[in-house]
Design a protein around this ligand. Sequence first.
Ligand code: HEC
Length: 156
Amino acid sequence: MDEARVKKEFLLLGLTCFAALAPLQAAAQDRKIEQAIKHRKAAFTLMATYVSRMVQTVEGHRPFDAKLMAQDAKTLELLTRLPWEGFVEGSERGETRAKADIWLEDDKFKRYGIDLQAVSAAVTVAAESGNLQRFKAAVSQMREVCNACHKAFRKD
Ligand code: HEC
């Protein structure tokens, strides 16, 4: 076999392998995106569980148990660190309400995420103070951040 022919066959072999692997790679990528979307939704759902207990408290449907609220706020603080890694490239498509703007206005989106961590920490401090008025104010500020980000970056 002459050298040119060998080269050509290698090239063809390479192309065939690539063509065979491309769909597999695409499927793996789709799975990764699907998992990322599930991850962030799960984190938000858990956050909402703790927030709803706080809201019931500030609205007077539950007695103000400062110790429990401080515990919940600490859990919320932890949860606020979780959704963001799920916003991977390409995950504006699929089973999601995330707007594509998240990837276009990355800084603004991240800012809301950082704000959320700060206001959640403030809720913990307020709950620990045992002062219901302070707790109400902190919860209200925290919810404003949830809502502002949803308004900007979540589809209705
Ligand atoms: C930095 C922006 C941002 C902040 C802050 C934020 N969210 Fe969200 N949230 C989103 C986005 C984007 C989605 C859509 C996720 C998706 O569908 O992939 C979402 C979805 C949700 C969902 C629906 C989850 C599901 O299963 O579809 C709930 C519930 C939720 N958020 C609650 C909250 C609560 C409660 C807070 C405040 C404590 C909060 N979020 C703060 C951006 C944010």
